[in-house]
Design a protein around this ligand. Structure first.
Ligand SMILES: Nc1nc2c(ncn2[C@@H]2O[C@H](COP(=O)(O)OP(=O)(O)O)[C@@H](O)[C@H]2O)c(=O)[nH]1
Ligand SMILES: [Mg+2]
Length: 633
């Protein structure tokens, strides 16, 4: 079943609300103040059911210039516009402003209802019709149907209904491969149900029980119930005006302008890069740092404009702009926005969002212009690649890319697969990607670091993995793991325990170094359970040094020598013998004290106590007072 949203537009008192009522039977002026003053202040909603099963939903907007802000919140999600122009008055300021807004928001098509024809004579109506035609000619409504109507006499209502139905048929079906999102245009409470928000579901599908988040506040919730024009439904899909009953959300925690979408699906931002066009009839040029009202979705925020390639933008010109927003917006690249001047409050321009998480370019950096041009005009794969290029060595998750590109999840997956296939990007895993250049840079840097390390430490087997990672620009853990895994698979690098080395690195000793290493080995092996200190052992071989001496450490790294405590090392074989004796003793005697230990091994306290502590830490023994027993015995 097809759903099409039609928005009214046009100057105040031209008969929009009366026309919606005549078409649908619904009086959309529901606020008491609207009733009292006879004007529309806020958005109103009504719907028309077509015999063919299609539903046309109508958003009735206020025409008063003071309420254009509300009008903007209503027309964001519409498919068609019904521009209402009173035959007796003709084109008026908000006729033009609303038309400009619809053009800026890239509404695709619509029609004109020439209302109040009972108040004008046929010649005059023809004049107005010609005037309207020429006004519309250069716009998206050029050549659209212009239907004369009167709600007083009922003339033209059937023709208008038929023309709307005809246009509705031509509205293309919406893609459901998009993160669902609903920019909120109304919030209210329903007794017994709690908070309800409404809006036009811009994309995707929402179902009862779906988990949601209210952006940008980060309030978590769930779809407790859904309604589509007054009826409870299990799911709502893109293009439908939808009411969502939010579970466990206070009325005060949500307002117009917020967006509901799945948790983690969107990225609030206070900085956005965009195309920017200034309307032909804007009263003055837009200058850098001008303060404007920025409208996107149903949100209005204040913003400063920064121009990318010029000091000021003349009326009718198109360029790129960066917006510093005074409160976060929640939108996707590809979304259209409108800007209005701070004072007087009139619509002056708009554009398309290109980047909602701009890289840290200086605004004047020469690289920014080609970057934005690519985001605007590049083909989708290049756009995704560009984002990854900007992400640098950290890479980006598919979920982040989804919130930063105009592509739906399936489309994005295809694009990522294609880029991996062509080698432009590297998959860290199925959820995480890195640009090829960043990958190559990290690879070269890591290999360079390993080479330098080996050159400086020829006698060390390798560098600690953590130290290497932190020196390699503190590469992300998963990115680094993937790099080491592929270097290992290529046979370039070897990791052992937490040490990494180049496969090509071989420890080469001079004959003199070899003499010392062998000498230490023999010395400690012979000393058994009563070894010398490192200094003594080295001195005996004619070398001055402590346990930190590189030749001494070589034996430690090779696990020939085992550190029992500071400056106390045992030969691995000697320690094995000690352990065997100790275990045999304990199996027989059940427990051992320091004195027994001294006797068992023929050593002094100096060795006995550290050894007993060592076997505790090795989980061979357990301490009980001054005595030890076998662990688990
Ligand atoms: N004579 C006549 N009056 C109309 C017609 N349509 C609306 N009006 C009157 O015009 C005034 C403004 O109408 P309204 O629908 O509130 O205009 P809106 O501000 O565009 O929504 C009201 O007093 C209506 O009764 C029409 O076709 N003929
Ligand atoms: Mg009205």
């Amino acid at each position: 079943m097809k759903h099409v949203v039609v928005g009214t537009a046009g100057h105040i008192d031209h008969g929009k609300t009366s026309l919606v009522k005549a078409l649908t039977g619904t009086d959309t002026d529901r606020l008491p103040e609207e009733k009292a003053r006879g004007i529309t202040i806020d958005l109103g909603f009504a719907f028309l059911e077509e015999p063919g099963g299609a539903t046309i939903e109508i958003v009735d907007v206020p025409g008063h210039e003071r309420f254009v802000k509300n009008m903007l919140a209503g027309v964001g999600g519409i498919d068609l516009v019904m521009l209402v122009i009173a035959a007796d008055e003709g084109v008026m300021p908000q006729t033009r402003e609303h038309l400009a807004i619809c053009s800026l928001l890239r509404i695709k098509s619509g029609l004109v209802a020439l209302t109040k024809t009972d108040l004008a004579d046929p010649d005059w109506i023809e004049l107005v019709r010609d005037d309207v035609r020429s006004l519309l000619a250069p716009t998206f409504l050029g050549g659209c149907p212009i239907v004369p109507v009167s709600v007083k006499t009922g003339t033209g209502l059937e023709e208008l209904r038929a023309a709307l139905a005809e246009l509705a048929r031509s509205v293309p079906a919406k893609s459901t491969d998009q993160t669902p999102r609903l920019p909120i245009d109304r919030v209210f409470t329903v007794r017994g149900f709690g908070t309800v928000v409404t809006g036009t579901l811009t994309a995707g599908v929402l179902s009862v029980d779906d988990r949601l988040e209210v952006y940008p506040r980060g309030v978590g919730s769930k779809v407790r119930g859904l309604q589509v024009h007054g009826r409870a439904v299990e799911r709502a899909s893109a293009g439908q005006r939808t009411a969502v009953n939010l579970q466990a959300v206070e009325r005060a925690a949500v307002e117009r302008g917020d967006v509901v979408a799945p948790p983690g699906g969107l990225l609030p931002t206070i900085l956005a890069d965009a195309t920017l066009e200034l309307l032909e009839d804007a009263p003055r040029p837009l200058k850098r740092r001008d303060r404007v009202r920025f409208h996107v979705g149903t949100r209005e925020v204040m913003a400063r404009v920064l121009l990318v390639d010029r000091e000021q933008l003349e009326p009718g010109q198109v360029s790129y702009g960066r917006f510093r927003l005074e409160a976060p917006i929640v939108a996707l690249p590809g979304d259209r926005f409108v800007i209005r001047s701070y004072s007087p409050i009139i619509t002056i321009g708009g554009g398309t969002l290109l980047d909602i998480a701009p890289p840290r370019f200086k605004r004047k950096a020469p690289a920014l212009l080609p970057h934005l041009t690519l985001l605007e005009k590049g083909d989708p794969a290049r756009v995704v690649e560009e984002h990854l290029k900007q992400a640098g060595p950290a890479g980006a998750r598919a979920a982040d890319l989804r919130a930063r590109t105009p592509f739906g999840p399936e489309r994005l997956r295809e694009l990522l697969d294609e880029l991996v296939k062509t080698g432009a990007i590297v998959a860290v895993d199925r959820e995480w990607y890195l640009h090829r250049e960043a990958n190559d840079r990290l690879r070269a840097q890591t290999l360079g670091l390993l080479e330098a390390f080996h050159a400086e430490n020829p006698l060390r087997g390798g560098i600690s993995r953590e130290e290497l990672r932190s020196r390699a620009g503190n590469a992300h853990e998963r990115v680094f793991t993937q790099l080491l895994t592929s270097l290992e698979a290529e046979g370039v690098v070897r990791s052992e325990k937490d040490q990494v080395r180049l496969v090509s690195h071989i420890i080469r000793l001079t004959p003199e170094q070899q003499r010392v290493v062998s000498g230490l080995d023999v010395e400690f092996a012979r000393a058994g359970a009563a070894p010398p200190s490192p200094e003594e052992a080295l001195a005996k071989l004619g070398v001055k040094g402590t346990e930190r001496h590189e030749l001494f450490q070589l034996l430690v790294a090779e696990r020939r020598l085992v550190r029992v405590k500071e400056s106390l090392y045992f030969h691995a074989e000697a320690l094995g013998v000690v352990q065997a004796k100790l275990v045999a003793y304990l199996q027989q005697k059940k427990e051992i004290g320091p004195g027994d230990m001294k006797d068992l091994l023929g050593i002094t306290r100096k060795y006995a106590i550290p050894l007993m502590e060592y076997f505790d830490t090795q989980r061979i023994t357990v301490r009980q007072g001054e005595r030890r027993v076998l662990r688990g015995a």
